[in-house]
Design a protein around this ligand. Structure first.
Ligand SMILES: [Zn+2]
Ligand SMILES: [Zn+2]
Ligand SMILES: [Zn+2]
Length: 276
């Protein structure tokens, strides 16, 4: 179909219409039925700007209600009521948690040992205390256990262990005390090292020495060593000949400061002593 060219000589095209173009076109609003200029419509909308504004106002009035409804629907879909995996009660979820209460959270996370301690199996925080979360708050596991089984902890008090096992969350092994109480307790049990007047028993000494980290290995035995004793002797010879440190460093694939430390004896001191 060929496109018809508008007949500009027809009386339909008044000089005004020719000047204003499409803005002079009129359209009937689908809602109020009034005939209005096309510029009174948003794009290709069927309703005029006035009716549109009315519609937006009505929507804004009902908005909180609508949002509430959709959120409720969404919540039911994402967090349906489930059965607690510890106590079996059916509860409404408020988070992704699969246990109904803090009590169940503690019971879920620990394992009972022969001596009666409930050892925390989940995340560990600083100073090897157990760590857990409850409604986006991080708490140590034994404090959470005290709150769950015995009640709130008064401000300024610490939850201490009778059994001296930091990961233990058995509420029967926990007691409330001040910092001073806790320290006194540690002193009488001989847990503090370096306290004057306290001597370790042989058993304690054995345990502490066993748990202590071994010192780093020296020389070639160190896992990060790049040089060996032969290299170091060569480097010391080259230094004596007056060759620049950075050239030696490039040759052996180490940095200049390493060569400097070898020269001063801060690194590989046993080679320096050998030469003396
Ligand atoms: Zn209208
Ligand atoms: Zn439960
Ligand atoms: Zn315990």
């Amino acid at each position: 179909m060929t496109k018809m060219r508008a007949d500009l000589t027809s009386p339909k095209y008044t000089p005004e219409k020719l000047f204003w173009g499409r803005f002079m076109d009129e359209k009937i609003c689908s809602k109020c039925g009034e005939k209005r200029l096309k510029s009174f419509f948003y794009g290709k909308a069927a309703e005029c700007k006035k009716c549109w504004a009315e519609r937006v106002r009505l929507y804004n009035e009902r908005k909180p209600e609508i949002l509430k409804k959709t959120k409720k629907k969404w919540n039911e879909k994402v967090h349906p009521p489930i059965e607690c995996k510890i106590c079996g009660t059916i509860f409404k979820r408020k988070s992704a948690s699969s246990v109904c209460s803090l009590k169940c959270r503690i019971l879920d996370g620990c394992k009972e040992e022969k001596n009666g301690c409930w050892i925390w199996q989940k995340c560990r925080g600083r100073q090897s205390y157990g760590k857990t979360g409850w409604f986006s708050k991080a708490v140590t596991a034994h404090r959470a256990s005290y709150i769950a089984f015995k009640g709130e902890i008064p401000e300024g008090l610490q939850v201490c262990h009778k059994c001296d096992v930091r990961l233990c969350v058995n509420p029967d092994h926990l007691w409330l005390g001040t910092q001073k109480d806790n320290m006194e307790d540690a002193k009488t049990k001989g847990r503090l090292k370096g306290t004057p007047g306290i001597k370790w028993t042989d058993q304690q000494r054995e345990k502490i020495l066993k748990n202590r980290q071994p010192p780093n290995k020296k020389g070639e035995a160190h896992h990060l060593a790049k040089l060996n004793e032969k290299n170091v002797r060569e480097i010391r010879n080259l230094l004596r000949e007056g060759i620049k440190q950075n050239k030696i460093a490039d040759k052996y694939g180490v940095c200049q400061s390493a060569v400097s430390h070898i020269k001063s004896g801060r690194r590989w001191p046993h080679i320096l002593e050998e030469e003396k």
